[in-house]
Design a binder for this molecule. Structure first.
Ligand SMILES: Cc1cc2nc3c(=O)[nH]c(=O)nc-3n(C[C@H](O)[C@H](O)[C@H](O)COP(=O)(O)OP(=O)(O)OC[C@H]3O[C@@H](n4cnc5c(N)ncnc54)[C@H](O)[C@@H]3O)c2cc1C
Length: 498
């Protein structure tokens, strides 16, 4: 029987994981990537002998039998080398000199938090129960097949993180500590649903790992599996149009004018970009307008650090610091009080490093800060852009120096990425870190569906379900379920477990 031809636009985690699921299920897959390298946010780069990850620094739930471990084995990612973060302190949240450690596992997490906040011990246990029940209540996150694939308790999708924390705790510092890793999902007070917080907390609380050697190994491995199953991953192939006849998509046209016919087209890029590629009456103007105007999460500024040889001890924890006293509101800042918070991490270039050779400091940055350079070509944005980046880098270095006295002495050199860099490398509007923002005040208006009115055009990637390693892979399952049911996929995942 002739295999169905499926074209996937974008080779980030969404495009490649979707490609693997389809390829192992007999589809003829071609992934098209606009850049010369695959991976999107999974990409790494090397400078001066050091390696840097750009958008996937650590992952969770990867101990044998945990959710991501099962998904990685299903996606044939058994060859990825993981290095476990400190189970007693995978995340450290700092407010000035006060440090709070997150421990893996239910009892260790509750005990450690209760050491800091003994008067809230019972409430911490209640909080943990809610986190677990929200995450496990979702068939998508627990990988248990349910007929409707919906979360059993939708309440936590419609109530904000801060509202739930306010209902559980009286201690304001504890509430702030529990959202200390908020930069991982760029949550906003009164807007981001508690379910988003619960999924991330559960994901990393089960276990947390860095990817030894770099996140691009995930992209390479997924692409190799697609090729092994007869598929293709093409680079330097920017899609400019999705072609449709009166009833369906017929294929795509690239920027070089090449037409590639397809039975199914899957986009793994931002929905706004998808709408710009379509010219068909099947897409209603109201839907198009909604997709074009979706609100995105904030963008970021990344400062990549190359350390002097054997000078900096490897930090086996992620370090979040907030000089404004709270993780909330760091996306609203002035030039004078930026950065209100930052996340500092080391890269893991071998299985058990003693010293770090490179690291990154991440902080929020709005596109408006760099908008005046947006029409200038990459790499040639001028001296004032370079000066802007240098100034921001020095400010961030000063912030980390306050938390780690002597830190600057270990830095040999640094490189930077602004929101414009992310626009260039991923095509995400405004350089948004995590794509479309979940916002309870907008209701379903911020939801991006995996299917469209064009019957053979599907959407996937971080905007469908959620961002991140787990959110995007789960989104790929949701998208592929449109072609051969989620029950089949759950069964295949279970078969791999055996
Ligand atoms: C700074 C940062 C740090 C992060 N850290 C973590 C982390 O530690 N852990 C975690 O789990 N998640 C992390 N994330 C989130 C995670 O990286 C993303 O959610 C995920 O990788 C997104 O995958 P995607 O496939 O949806 O999109 P992308 O990775 O953005 O891929 C989209 C791809 O499509 C290509 N493309 C776009 N337009 C076209 C076109 N017209 N034709 C062809 N190709 C096109 C792009 O070039 C790109 O390769 C981080 C994100 C950022 C930005």
């Amino acid at each position: 029987m002739k295999r169905k031809k499926c074209i996937i636009i974008g080779s980030g985690l969404g495009g490649l994981s979707c490609g693997v699921i389809l390829a192992i299920n007999g589809y003829d897959v071609t992934v098209l990537e606009q850049h010369s390298r695959i991976g999107g946010c999974l990409q790494c780069f090397s400078r001066g002998g050091a390696r840097f990850e750009t958008g996937m620094h650590f992952i969770g739930s990867a101990l044998p039998g945990q959710t991501l471990d099962r998904l990685m084995r299903y996606l044939r990612l058994d060859d990825i080398r993981l290095s476990r973060l400190d189970p007693k302190a995978y995340d450290i949240v700092a407010f000035g000199s006060d440090r709070y450690r997150f421990a893996n596992g239910r009892e260790p997490f509750i005990e450690q938090m209760a050491d800091y906040f003994p008067h809230e011990k019972d409430n911490i246990a209640r909080y943990f129960d809610i986190i677990e029940s929200v995450a496990q209540g979702s068939s998508l996150h627990s990988l248990r097949y349910a007929d409707n694939d919906l979360m059993l308790d939708a309440h936590y999708q419609t109530i904000s993180i801060d509202a739930v924390l306010d209902s559980l705790f009286t201690d304001q510092r504890l509430k702030d500590v529990l959202v200390g890793n908020l930069p991982l999902y760029a949550a906003e007070k009164g807007k981001t649903p508690f379910s988003q917080h619960a999924f991330i907390m559960d994901f990393y609380n089960q276990s947390a790992f860095r990817i030894a050697g770099g996140s691009d190994s995930i992209a390479e491995s997924l692409a190799a599996t697609i090729r092994r199953h007869g598929g293709e991953v093409r680079v330097g192939c920017q899609v400019s149009n999705i072609e449709c006849d009166a009833e369906k998509a017929t294929g795509v046209t690239t920027d070089k004018g090449e037409f590639l016919a397809a039975d199914i087209v899957i986009t793994a890029i931002h929905p706004k970009r998808v709408m710009e590629m379509l010219d068909t009456k099947m897409i209603r103007p109201a839907f198009k307008k909604r997709m074009m105007n979706l609100k995105n999460t904030t963008a970021g500024f990344s400062l990549y650090l190359k350390f002097k040889k054997d000078r900096v001890d490897y930090l086996n924890s992620n370090f979040y610091s907030f000089n404004s006293g709270s993780p909330w509101g760091c996306e609203s800042y002035t030039d004078a009080n930026w950065p209100k918070g930052y996340l500092y991490m080391h890269f893991c270039d071998s299985d058990a490093p003693r010293h770090a050779s490179s690291g990154v400091i991440l902080s929020y940055m709005n596109i408006r800060d760099v908008e005046r350079w947006k029409d200038l070509p990459l790499g040639r944005r001028g001296d004032d852009y370079e000066e802007f980046k240098r100034r921001k880098a020095e400010t961030l270095l000063d912030a980390v120096e306050k938390d780690f006295p002597g830190f600057r002495d270990g830095v040999e050199t640094y490189y930077t990425a602004t929101p414009l860099t992310y626009v260039d490398y991923t095509g995400t509007p405004d350089g948004s870190m995590y794509g479309v923002a979940k916002d309870i005040t907008l209701g379903s208006a911020c939801r991006v569906p995996q299917r469209t009115k064009v019957p053979n055009l599907l959407l996937t990637g971080q905007n469908i379900n959620s961002h991140g390693m787990l959110g995007v892979i789960v989104g790929s399952i949701v998208t592929c379920s449109e072609l051969f049911t989620s029950k089949t996929i759950y069964q295949q995942i279970t078969d791999i477990d055996r």
